[in-house]
Design a binder for this molecule. Sequence first.
Ligand SMILES: Nc1ncnc2c1ncn2[C@@H]1O[C@H](COP(=O)(O)OP(=O)(O)OP(=O)(O)O)[C@@H](O)[C@H]1O
Length: 628
Amino acid sequence: MTTTTEAAPETRSFEADVAKLLHLMVHSVYSDKDVFLRELISNAADACEKLRYEGLSDASLLGDDGQPRITVTLDPKSRRLTIEDNGIGMSEAELADALGTIARSGTKAFMDRIAGAKDAEGSQLIGQFGVGFYSAFMVADQVDVFSRRAGADSAATWTSDGLGTYTIRPVELAEAPARGTRVVLHLKEEAAGYTEDYTIERTIKTQSGHVPVPIFLKDAQGSEPKQIADGAALWTRAKSEITADEYKDFYRSAAGQFDEPALTLHYRAEGLHEYTVLAFIPETKPFDLFDPDRAGRMKLYVRRVFITDEAQILPRYLRFVRGLVDSNDLPLNVSREMIQESPVLAAIQRGVSNRVLSELEKLAANETAAYLKLWDEFGPVLKEGLYEDFSRRETLLGLARFKTTTSVGEWRSVKDYVADLKDNQTAIYYATGNDLDRLATSPQLEGFRARGIEVLLLADPVDSFWASSGIDFGGKPFKSVTQGISDLSLIPLADGAPPAAEAASPSVTGFIAFVKATLGDAVSDVRPSDRLTESAVCLVAPEQGMDRQLEKLLAGAGRLDAAVKPVLEINPRHALVEKLSALEESSDIRADAAHLLFDEARIADGELPLDPRAFSARLMRLLERGTA
Ligand SMILES: Nc1ncnc2c1ncn2[C@@H]1O[C@H](COP(=O)(O)OP(=O)(O)OP(=O)(O)O)[C@@H](O)[C@H]1O
């Protein structure tokens, strides 16, 4: 006999993020409300799988009920829908923790995005988020959860109307399941359809027919439960017997995604190690793909028992792949930590990673359009591998696709690029920046265009890092267009004009020396440019310096103490430069012009003038002269 029911119920407020999420959920125009059932069944199945795992080391947790089961009960009269499992259950503290907060990372940022989105877009975003337990409030105006943790001799209940607070109190054991969790939905009037036998059976079969726990349906209190899903793990069946729809449903329920899988990979590895892989590449990016805390989403099973989803089966740059690996060789009765260190797991990690990449290669070779769509979504993540995974660098570079100065919006591979090298071209040139359109018009590219040299336009933040990490393709190094004296002078201009140094007249050479003396320490050099054909000036990095974009990124993140002084390049053929060079040496316009040219180059690079006040004073002076 327990006395727990005498304890007063405790009412608590939801964490701010939950309250926001609930508000969004209830008010969303989200049309596909059926997903609440998928979410609750997936939680119930997870709970059964957790128990199966804990039961391995402590059989007493299973007691005399070793068969995992999910039971859905319909009660049209009182408009209630109940989902019950005999899984791991939750203690009172766990109830408060799990159903009062949101543990997932990136939630805050996600909420802000939804709040800023328009209606239709917002509901699409909710879809990407994987709505979780709280989706119950899309169809219910009250939710009661009764739970008893496996092995515990107490039970508790959680109840809420989803409007800001929830209440938790201990309950008599008889009120809760003997083990596990019962979720009771008090359905809203317009959601009464969810007590219809046919609707629920169809919804469960399509959404959750392949969860690895059997599902039973009871069509009224007390009636005999009917099994509607057998809990056979889909991945153990032969590939030839599984339809595309079955894969899709499994993917959706396992990954909590709403899209179609862009690529499905199902195979059995045999030989030294035996394991089955069922993995999916989604069609669209999950919302938290770039959240630094986002871990991989591949589950590890051992002989159909779920072990962990933290085994990092795939490297970080493949974190968009969802699915599972079921191993036959890993020991079941060791801790998760020991499994992490097992050489078998290391072999699986290697094998699966290589296989995913080789499937991507195949797709790239055989189904270009599908591959490019996938690259569009996940390319920026895959490119992280170029500096994180040296052993697979070549493969990853082969998979990479780029927009370039000559590709007119199409994607090009490095192989395509190298096939079109100009005579004497010894490097693969690239320009980095934040924005593709602005990059395409940057002055540094002019000389490359004028020589017909293709330049890769790299606009993802990750690009500055890998591109400047000493990477090459077939012996051709990657070189930034802002870096060093490029070997451009060796490649003739399309119009046959001579290289810059030869093009510079003595007066221009004199003017360049004057600019250098005037700017002093602000620059590391001033020189005639082979890069420029239309603009008068641009900034580049010195020969040994870092790519300018990378330097800016590092300096912005406080990771660089003193930025290296840039080189100012001057176009000796530019009309303005010729005019300035022709001015009397005593002309006081020359000094102002030297500073203004430097500031102009900074602005073209997306920076502020070095000294904004001095800049405007100089500009004013020149304008006044011009209008005098
Ligand atoms: N039936 C259940 N049995 C045991 N614990 C549960 C059950 N339902 C929910 N929980 C607990 O509540 C937590 C929150 O559930 P919720 O569905 O919101 O998110 P999640 O399952 O962690 O994430 P996701 O929906 O992305 O898979 C779960 O992580 C789990 O700890």
